[in-house]
Design a protein around this ligand. Structure first.
Ligand SMILES: *[C@@H]1O[C@H](CO)[C@@H](O)[C@H](O)[C@H]1NC(C)=O
Ligand SMILES: *[C@@H]1O[C@H](CO)[C@@H](O)[C@H](O)[C@H]1NC(C)=O
Ligand SMILES: *[C@@H]1O[C@H](CO)[C@@H](O)[C@H](O)[C@H]1NC(C)=O
Ligand SMILES: *[C@@H]1O[C@H](CO)[C@@H](O)[C@H](O)[C@H]1NC(C)=O
Ligand SMILES: *[C@@H]1O[C@H](CO)[C@@H](O)[C@H](O)[C@H]1NC(C)=O
Ligand SMILES: *[C@@H]1O[C@H](CO)[C@@H](O)[C@H](O)[C@H]1NC(C)=O
Length: 309
């Protein structure tokens, strides 16, 4: 018994190692700058599903092919949940002593989602607003029917209001309305456009700019000094993703129920299953219980090694 296990173990480990390599399409790059790139993500023609392209800048930095700016990718997950973590610039607006807008940054509005696969995770991010007598809200376009011009309007909102009295009123670590506010966001947001509104700006020269950003929970703590934040600051954001294939004759994304009626599916591995997206329309694939790997690749889901070995 002991002897046969000792004989089997190396073979099992070897098999597991070989199988764990099956996360990308054949002949595709597995990682970039230390970040794994599992299919449906991929680098280069034939390596990614439409919408899931990753660019490997200088062969060292994975980025989303955004049409504006550089959206650096920190991690990409297929299992156990569909997730991507990226760095996005903060949005800001600055005012003069008369309260008139002097400068606006559009950098925060990175168009990282032109193929509609991403949604900003509502469970893992929060919206922060830093500033003085300001109201900022986020607007989202393209929650469904993205190619339908009639639906192309901003529908989802979340925002909060900051007050300030004097230069000393904001306190480090306190983000409850004085100099800083934060709020949960709803599901379905696929854009990061911020709308700034301000009042009673006169005499508030100590806080010339307002900032707004959606950031991963737990990764930002307010400091009063951030009322003068470096304007090129980038902060981590968690994205959910899903397969949002359309029916031939409609722009509506397919759900698992529709797929089970015989439409082609992306869950191509044996021991894989379809799971409806929890953030936005569409679906994701999962390996069934007892299996792990990549359900988007043929034979991608493999049996888990028994834990008691
Ligand atoms: C890529 O390399 C070029 C030349 O070495 C450099 O100028 C550029 O900043 C690099 N880009 C990134 C994103 O590292
Ligand atoms: C501020 O804007 C208002 C309205 O646009 C304008 O009348 C006023 O001259 C501006 N003030 C300054 C100091 O730019
Ligand atoms: C606001 O500032 C004024 C003058 O600087 C001060 O008298 C007042 O106590 C401050 N109020 C609060 C709530 O801090
Ligand atoms: C799509 O529309 C075409 C033309 O109207 C029709 O022939 C076809 O059956 C439709 N396909 C589906 C899947 O509904
Ligand atoms: C595919 O999905 C559509 C709904 O989007 C459904 O009407 C159709 O019956 C499904 N099956 C086939 C074989 O097209
Ligand atoms: C995939 O299945 C595992 C258990 O087999 C579960 O823990 C996980 O939440 C599932 N993922 C999704 C996206 O449903």
């Amino acid at each position: 018994m002991g002897r046969s296990l000792a004989f089997l173990l190396p073979a099992l480990l070897l098999a597991a190692t070989v199988e764990s390599l099956l996360t990308v399409r054949p002949d595709c790059q597995e990682s970039c700058g230390g970040v794994d790139i599992p299919y449906p993500f991929g680098i280069g023609a034939g390596c990614f599903r439409p919408g899931f392209e990753i660019t490997c800048l200088n062969n060292t930095m994975p980025v989303l092919p955004a049409s504006t700016g550089v959206v650096r990718v920190l991690t990409l997950l297929v299992m156990p949940r569909p997730e991507a973590r990226v760095m996005l610039p903060v949005s800001w607006t600055c005012y003069n002593s008369a309260g008139n807008t002097t400068a606006v940054s559009l950098d925060g509005r990175v168009n990282f989602n032109k193929d509609n696969v991403y949604r900003i995770s509502n469970t893992h991010n929060q919206l922060f607003v830093l500033g003085c007598n300001t109201f900022v809200y986020t607007m989202s376009w393209c929650t469904a029917h993205c190619n339908d011009p009639l639906s192309a309007m901003y529908t989802l909102y979340s925002g909060c209001t900051t007050y300030c009295n004097d230069s000393r009123s904001a306190q480090d670590g306190a983000c409850a309305g004085v100099g800083c506010c934060h709020v949960d966001i709803p599901p379905g947001i696929g854009d990061n456009l911020m709308k700034f509104d301000t009042w009673s700006r006169v005499g508030k020269e100590f806080s010339p700019c307002d900032y707004a950003f959606i950031v991963e929970k737990g990764s930002y703590t307010f400091r009063a000094a951030d009322l003068h934040m470096e304007k090129h600051t980038r902060l981590p954001l968690r994205l959910d993703w899903a397969i949002r294939d359309s029916n031939v004759n409609s722009t509506a994304s397919l759900s698992c129920a529709q797929l089970s009626q015989g439409n082609s599916t992306s869950c191509v591995s044996d021991h894989s299953e379809c799971v409806d997206s929890t953030n936005g329309p569409g679906y994701v694939c999962n390996c069934t219980k007892g299996y792990e790997g990549n359900p988007y690749l043929p034979h991608g889901c493999t049996s888990k090694l028994p834990l008691h070995l």
